[in-house]
Design a binder for this molecule. Structure first.
Ligand code: JCF
Length: 711
C-alpha cells in the first residue's frame, strides 16, 4: 500500500473505524450516517482499483461469503459458563452471606461489580494479535457454532483491538442484542416487505445471527456488549472485574453501563434502581448481574457445575397482564400428549404480544377454575412459554349481561383432534393421550423413527430426513407402509441415490425377521421400553397371544395377587409367584389402551400381512443382582433424572451408564431424586430440582460420579 491512494485508504479506514467506535461504543456520533456512507464508498472505490490492498480487517470486509455448509462447530478455548439465578431478596442475601463465609472475611462487606443482565445471545469473540479471527455462539458452553462471517457484519464489534500492543490471544465474552428502537424499525420494515415479524428483540437477534447469508445479517442492526473474557495469552488480566471491563472498553469494545457496589444492601438498591429505569433503557434486560469484583476472590470461590460461585443473576419478576380467554384448543404433541392451549385476545406482556398460552393439562384448568370467555391473568417470565395464571371471576358477566352467553366450561375431548383415535388418561398422569400412536399424523414421525431405530426393528438408513420426506410426500402413514416402498420411489427422495435407495429397501426387507421383544418395543406403546418388552415377550410368547389378552382381567388378577402376597408376607408364608413380575398397573393400563384402539390392531395385522415374521420369544434372562461393594454398584441406591441435551452422549447412553453402575433412572424429579443431570435446554425438571434443592450436575459431574468421585 503506497502512494497517494494508499495513504488515503489508510486514512479512510482509520476514519471509518473511528466513526463506528463513536457511534456504537461511545454512543456519541460526530458525523451523520450519510457522511459515513460517503467515506465508505470512497474506500470501496480505492479497494476496487487495488484489490491487493484489501485486508480482512478493512471495514469493507464486514460482509463476506456465506459458510459453505451451515455453521461449523467451535470448541471454546475456555467454557462459556452460565449464571446462578436469584428471584428474591433472600436469595441475594444468602448469596452474599455464603461469599463472606467462604472468603473468611466475616462481616466485612464485599465489593461487587454490577451491571444489567442483557437479554440477548451469549457469544465469544476470538482476537489473535488484536485481530478478530473467530466468533461463536455459546452452544452447550463447551462447543458453539462458528458464526464469524455473521459477527463480522456487526459494526459494534471491532475487527481490530484499538491498541498498539495487542495480546497474543483474547476471547471476549458478551451478548449480541438489538436495541428496542432498532427492533421496532426492523419489524416495521419486515412488515412492509411482507416478511416475518419477530416476537421480541431477543428472538430477532437470534434469528439474525443464524442467517446463512451474512448479507442478510448485515441488514439487521445488531449490537454487541462485552461483559467478560475467556481464554487469553499475553494479556495482563486486571485484578478486578471493573478493571477488566475498563480494559475492554479501552480496546474499543462496547461495554454496557456498570458500577461497583459494596454489600448486599447496595446490591438490592441497585436492583430496585435498575428495575425503575428498565423501560427507559435502550435494550431489554431481564435482571441484573452481581460479580465479586476482586479476581483473586473470584478464584478462591471457584465454580459449581456450570456457573461461577462468585456471580449471580438477580432476575426481575415475571410480568403479568390481563386479557380475555377466547377459546381453549387442543394441541397434539409428537408423543401423543393432548395439551390444552389458551387462545387469548392479544395482549402486550413482558415485551411481547401474547395470543397463545399453555394451560398445561385438564387439572390445571379445573384448579384455576377457568371458563372460556373469562378475563384472565397471563404471565411471561423471560423466554419461558407464556401461561395463564388465574381467572378473574369478578369480571364474569352475570346472566343477562353482554358476554354471558360466551362463558362455557372446557371439556377435554374424548378423541384425538388430529386422527380421531380414542384419547385416554392413564392413572396417575395429568395428560390425556391420543392412543392412535401408529396412525396419528401428529405422532407419525416419532412413531416411524422409533419403529426403525436400532434397538427396535433396526432399519439402517431410516433417518429423520428420510422419514420427514416419506411423510411429506404421503408415502408412509404407518409403519406397515414401509414394507410397500420400492427402490424407484425411494430414489426420488432428496439425499437418496440409487444405491442408498436399494440399501434402504434391503434394510427394510431384512427387518421383517425380528424378535417379539423388538417388535413390541418398536410399536411405541407408552411405558413399554426394551426391558418391559422383553418381559412381555417372554410371558406371552407371540403377537397373537398379546392381541388376544384380556387386559382388564389381567389388571384384576394383578390386584388380587398383590393383596394375596401382602397377606402372605405378613404371615411369613411362601409368596404366590407372579408371571408378570415387573409389569405394573400403569403398564397394563397402557397396553389396554393401545390394543383397545382398533386402528393400532389394524396396523399390526397389516405388518404381519406384509411379511413381518416374528421369531418365537426366548425365555427372559434372570435379572442381574449387583452385590454390595461390587465396582458396578458405585451408584447403588441413588436415583437420577436426566434433562436437556448432554454435550457428549445421548440421554439413553447416560441412562445406560447409570444403570450399569447400579443407579436408578427416573423420569420425574421428586424429593427422592439424588441428582438431576442437566444438559442444554434443560426445562421444567431443572426448575423443579432447584425448587426442591436437589443437586444439579452436568455431564462432567456424572462422569466424575461414575468414576467413583463426588461432585
Ligand atoms: O448479561 C450480562 N450482563 C452478563 C451475562 C454478565 C456476565 O458477567 C455473565 C453473563 C452470563 C454468563 N457471565 C456469565 C458467566
Amino acid at each position: 500500500m503506497s502512494g497517494r491512494a494508499g495513504e488515503r485508504l489508510a486514512q479512510l479506514r482509520a476514519e471509518l473505524d473511528r466513526l463506528s467506535h463513536e457511534y456504537y461504543v461511545l454512543d456519541a456520533p460526530t458525523r451523520s450516517d450519510e457522511e459515513y456512507d460517503r467515506l465508505f464508498r470512497e474506500l470501496l472505490e480505492i479497494e476496487a482499483e487495488h484489490p491487493e490492498w484489501v485486508t480482512p480487517d478493512s471495514p469493507s470486509q464486514r460482509v463476506g461469503a456465506a459458510p459453505a455448509a451451515g455453521f461449523a462447530a467451535v470448541r471454546h478455548a475456555e467454557p462459556m459458563l452460565s449464571l446462578g439465578n436469584a428471584f428474591s431478596d433472600e436469595e441475594v442475601l444468602a448469596f452474599d452471606r455464603r461469599i463472606r463465609e467462604q472468603l473468611g472475611g466475616g462481616e466485612k462487606p464485599v465489593r461487587y461489580s454490577v451491571e444489567p443482565k442483557y437479554d440477548g445471545l451469549a457469544i465469544s469473540l476470538r482476537y489473535e494479535a488484536g485481530r478478530f479471527v473467530q466468533g461463536a455462539t455459546r452452544g452447550d458452553g463447551q462447543t458453539g457454532e462458528d458464526v464469524t462471517s455473521n459477527l463480522r457484519t456487526v459494526r459494534a464489534i471491532p475487527l481490530r483491538l484499538r491498541t498498539d500492543e495487542p495480546p497474543e490471544l483474547l476471547e471476549v465474552r458478551g451478548e449480541v442484542l438489538l436495541y428496542k428502537s432498532d427492533f421496532e424499525r426492523m419489524n416495521a420494515e419486515q412488515s412492509a416487505r411482507g416478511e416475518k415479524i419477530f416476537v421480541n428483540p431477543r428472538n430477532a437477534a437470534a434469528g439474525s445471527l443464524r442467517q446463512l447469508d451474512p448479507a442478510a445479517t448485515a441488514r439487521r442492526p445488531l449490537r454487541f456488549l462485552a461483559y467478560g473474557i475467556g481464554a487469553s495469552r499475553g494479556f495482563d488480566v486486571p485484578p478486578t472485574q471493573s478493571g477488566l471491563l475498563d480494559a475492554l472498553a479501552a480496546f474499543g469494545m462496547p461495554v454496557g453501563e456498570r458500577e461497583t457496589r459494596v454489600g448486599a444492601t447496595e446490591l438490592l438498591a441497585y436492583f430496585a434502581e435498575l428495575g425503575a429505569r428498565r423501560v427507559s433503557l435502550p435494550y431489554e434486560i431481564d435482571g441484573v448481574v452481581y460479580k465479586v469484583d476482586e479476581r483473586r476472590d473470584q478464584q478462591r470461590l471457584g465454580f459449581v457445575a456450570r456457573a461461577p460461585r462468585f456471580a449471580l443473576a438477580h432476575k426481575f419478576p415475571a410480568q403479568e397482564a390481563e386479557t380475555e380467554l377466547l377459546d381453549i384448543e387442543i394441541q397434539v404433541g409428537r408423543t401423543g400428549a393432548l395439551t390444552p392451549v389458551a387462545r387469548l385476545a392479544p395482549v402486550f406482556v413482558g415485551g411481547t404480544t401474547v395470543s397463545n398460552a399453555t394451560l398445561h393439562n385438564e387439572d390445571e384448568i379445573r384448579r384455576k377454575g377457568l371458563l372460556i370467555g373469562d378475563r384472565v391473568v397471563v404471565r411471561r417470565a423471560g423466554d419461558v412459554i407464556p401461561e395463564v395464571v388465574r381467572s378473574l371471576p369478578e369480571h364474569r358477566p352475570a346472566e343477562g349481561e353482554p358476554g354471558h352467553e360466551r362463558l362455557r366450561e372446557f371439556r377435554m375431548p374424548q378423541h384425538c383432534p388430529v386422527c380421531g383415535s380414542q384419547a385416554a388418561r392413564e392413572p396417575g398422569e395429568a395428560a390425556w393421550r391420543c392412543q392412535g400412536g401408529l396412525v396419528c399424523a401428529a405422532q407419525r414421525k416419532q412413531a416411524l423413527l422409533h419403529f426403525g431405530q436400532r434397538r427396535a426393528m433396526d432399519i439402517d438408513g431410516l433417518g429423520e430426513k428420510i422419514v420427514e420426506q416419506l411423510i411429506a410426500r404421503d408415502l408412509v402413514h404407518s409403519p406397515a407402509d414401509l414394507y410397500r416402498l420400492d427402490a424407484d420411489t425411494l430414489a426420488g427422495l432428496e439425499r437418496m441415490g440409487e444405491k442408498s435407495a436399494a440399501r434402504l429397501v434391503a434394510a427394510i426387507a431384512a427387518s421383517r425377521t425380528c424378535s417379539l421383544a423388538r417388535f413390541l418395543f418398536g410399536l411405541g406403546i407408552r411405558h413399554v421400553g426394551e426391558e418391559i418388552a422383553r418381559i412381555l415377550a417372554a410371558a406371552f410368547g407371540s403377537v397373537e397371544a398379546i392381541m388376544a389378552a384380556d387386559w382388564a382381567a389381567l389388571q384384576e388378577e394383578k390386584t388380587r395377587l398383590q393383596k394375596e402376597n401382602t397377606r402372605r408376607r405378613a404371615k411369613g408364608e411362601l409368596l404366590e409367584p407372579d408371571p408378570f413380575e415387573g409389569i405394573g398397573p400403569e403398564i397394563i393400563s397402557a397396553l389396554q389402551n393401545f390394543f383397545g384402539e382398533a386402528r393400532n390392531r389394524e396396523v399390526i395385522a397389516e405388518l404381519l400381512a406384509a411379511g413381518v415374521a416374528i421369531e418365537p420369544a426366548a425365555p427372559a434372562p434372570a435379572p442381574t443382582i449387583v452385590a454390595d461393594g461390587d465396582a458396578r454398584a458405585t451408584l447403588a441406591g441413588r436415583t437420577f433424572v436426566l434433562t436437556g441435551t448432554l454435550p457428549g452422549m445421548s440421554r439413553e447412553e447416560a441412562a445406560g451408564l447409570i444403570r450399569a453402575a447400579g443407579g436408578t433412572v427416573s423420569g420425574s424429579v421428586s424429593a427422592r431424586t439424588s441428582y438431576v443431570v442437566a444438559g442444554e435446554a434443560a426445562g421444567s425438571k431443572l426448575a423443579r430440582a432447584q425448587a426442591l434443592d436437589i443437586p444439579v450436575i452436568d455431564e462432567a459431574g456424572l462422569l466424575a460420579l461414575l468414576a467413583g468421585g463426588e461432585t
